[in-house]
Ligand binder design. Structure first.
Ligand SMILES: *[C@@H]1O[C@H](CO)[C@@H](O)[C@H](O)[C@H]1NC(C)=O
Ligand SMILES: *[C@@H]1O[C@H](CO)[C@@H](O)[C@H](O)[C@H]1NC(C)=O
Length: 268
């Protein structure tokens, strides 16, 4: 009996949109840049795809750029920030200390996930990415949460990081880290470049079980922009993961029906 009910429930639950987490190096993002007509509409459409967006390379001492963008966006209420801190970089390894945050997820399987963003400086990629492993240890211990997504412009390719050094990173040699934007995936806009600079690395069973898709978002193609037009927005593509929102396992309604039919068969 439940065999009939279950597909229906999956349709109801599984038909909803996935939960999308993104990182985007928006190339020297200033208020002057975002208020340009040629930038604003496309940028807002790129941001609006995501339930959580890690927006990198905002260069704005006035601190008006992000509030301006938020005003243009329909706010998503699918998540809340539970807690956050900036990593205490006592050895001064990072050019930009990771700002770590824990978010709620609309999933019963996994109620929260930790995001660890990083934008490395090209000359210290290996050192910073190895230090990122220690940020992972710090945050997963502090919040007792092993479900962590590390993401952003890692500069983890081409002249900034050789294949050999990439493969000897702590985040590669330690088990449990899943690099979901694969090596060889071009995250750069220019036709003349092909580098996997931008990355998403997932840790934790719960988190990986919800993974539906991971990809770059080729916004020039989607919005039919020439390379020159696209470069007004950024020289990077956003990278994105889609997490399932559906509860997995046996839905509770189905479980109730199953119990009822069991009870009935015993009464019969
Ligand atoms: C960072 O760590 C150092 C050394 O452990 C400590 O002296 C300092 O107070 C810490 N800073 C913050 C903001 O926690
Ligand atoms: C980039 O290079 C990889 C091989 O490293 C190749 O598989 C891929 O097709 C290239 N992408 C583009 C857009 O040229």
């Amino acid at each position: 009996m439940c065999g009939l009910v279950a597909p229906l429930l999956i349709l109801l639950v599984g038909g909803t949109e996935a939960f999308r987490i993104c990182a985007f190096n928006a190339h020297r993002l200033t208020l002057a840049k975002v208020t340009k007509d040629s930038v604003m509409d496309t940028l807002v459409q790129i941001l609006a795809r995501c339930d959580i967006m890690v927006l990198q390379e905002v260069v704005d001492s006035s601190q008006n750029t992000v509030p301006f963008l938020l005003q243009k966006l329909k706010r998503s209420d699918k998540t809340k920030i539970l807690n956050f801190y900036q990593y205490n970089d006592t050895d001064d390894i990072f050019a930009r200390e990771p700002f770590v945050a824990q978010f709620t997820l609309p999933s019963k399987v996994l109620p929260s996930v930790v995001l660890v963003p990083l934008h490395t400086t090209p000359k210290d990629v290996e050192k910073e990415l190895n230090a990122l492993y220690h940020v992972f240890l710090d945050v997963s211990q502090r919040w007792q949460n092993e479900n962590v997504i590390l993401l952003g412009d890692f500069n983890a390719d081409c002249a900034s990081l050789s294949k050999k050094r990439l493969n000897s990173l702590l985040l590669r040699t330690n088990a449990g880290f899943h690099w979901v934007i694969p090596d060889g995936e071009d995250t750069t806009v220019r036709a003349s470049t092909n580098c996997t600079y931008d990355r998403i690395v997932m840790h934790g069973q719960g988190c990986q079980r919800l993974l539906k898709a991971a990809a770059t978002f080729d916004f020039p193609k989607r919005f039919q922009l020439t390379e020159e037009e696209a470069l007004r927005i950024s020289d990077h593509y956003p990278v994105e993961v889609e997490l399932s929102q559906a509860t997995q396992g046996i839905p509770p309604q189905c479980l109730a029906i199953l119990l009822l039919s069991l009870l009935q068969s015993q009464l019969d």
